[in-house]
Ligand binder design. Structure first.
Ligand code: FES
Length: 321
């Protein structure tokens, strides 16, 4: 149903598109749908019994009427399939590669900071990566690729891909972007390469006149996971509206870490006993997003003030693109 809605120009919220995150949840008002497999945490039995469905996993079995939220600002964004060239590769950490993609001449991608693209592999599979730079500086598209053991695309990037390689992608996708219809202070919560869309959001926000406070929390296991730590420090040093709190869950001895430790969502909860007047934007693995939902709700964060991008890197070994 999500696919059909997007194809017909309705911009419903979604993130994972595989039944893991719950972003696409909406109500079936009338008609029947078949539920393709999904993760129980994304849709509870009670919700299902009450007529809710995950539109990314619901297949209509006839005419269906649904009630869904639509994202107005995404309306003018055209999703397209574009060839591109890898203009530059830069290792940001032992397991994180930054790719700069160059589109064909005269071709630009209209997107919102925080959205992602799907790299299209030759065997028909796709791999989603957030765009890590702001649309205001879009000569290249920047991606942060984590090397996943057994991951076919990330393995290819780390072991075989050369600059000037050709790729194809579809995008922009997703509804993870900063809502600007409010002045509420913003907490940005990233784990690992979940920093990529957050980086785009911060860079875009810095081009606007707004004084809206942005508090960035970036979590990793060790210091190496904060692969653009200096950039975040620089933002905070240069812009009074930005604060930056790095958090490590398992700092290595050689990190000599004197900063915050633990999980990033716990650090936010410890710093902000009342989140009722905030918006939180989270990007990272589904288990972090899931944990954050509960922790932040207990601090008063309204459910509709938590926006997130939940992703899990694919690990299936198949032929390279
Ligand atoms: Fe449908 Fe994530 S559960 S988009």
């Amino acid at each position: 149903m999500l696919e059909a809605a997007l194809r017909e120009g309705f911009h419903l919220p979604y993130s994972c598109r595989n039944g893991a995150c719950g972003t696409c949840k909406g109500r079936i008002v009338s008609g029947d749908v078949r539920h393709e497999p999904y993760e129980a945490k994304a849709l509870s039995e009670t919700e299902k019994a009450a007529g809710l469905a995950l539109f990314c996993r619901a297949v209509p079995e006839g005419p269906v009427v649904v009630l869904a939220r639509e994202i107005g600002v995404a309306k003018d964004i055209v999703i397209k399939t574009v060839p591109c060239r890898v203009a530059r590769m830069e290792k940001l950490a032992p397991d994180v590669m930054r790719l700069f993609l160059k589109l064909p001449q005269n071709e630009r991608l209209l997107y919102l900071a925080g959205q992602y693209i799907d790299i299209l592999l030759r065997d028909g599979r796709r791999r989603g990566f957030s765009i890590a730079n702001a649309p205001s500086a879009d000569e290249f598209l920047e991606l942060h690729i984590r090397h996943v053991p057994g991951g076919v695309f990330s393995g290819h990037v780390f072991n075989a891909m050369q600059e000037r390689a050709l790729l194809r992608f579809e995008g922009p996708l997703g509804t993870f972007f900063l809502r600007d219809d409010t002045d509420k202070p913003v907490i940005l919560m990233a784990a690992g390469t979940g920093f990529a869309p957050i980086k785009a959001i911060v860079e875009q926000a810095l081009t606007a006149e707004s004084e809206r406070p942005l508090h960035l929390y970036w979590g990793g296991r060790t210091r190496a996971d904060l692969y653009l730590h200096d950039l975040a420090l620089e933002w905070a040093a240069r812009h009074p509206r930005i604060r930056y709190t790095p958090v490590l869950s398992r700092p290595a001895a050689e990190d000599a870490w004197t900063g915050r430790t633990g999980h990033v969502q716990e650090a936010i909860a410890a710093d902000w006993p009342d989140l009722s007047g905030f918006e939180v934007y989270g990007s990272g693995p589904p288990r972090m997003i899931e944990a954050a939902k509960g922790v932040l709700a207990r601090k008063g964060l309204p459910e509709d003030a938590f926006y997130y991008d939940a992703f899990e890197p694919a690990q299936d070994p198949v032929a390279p693109p």
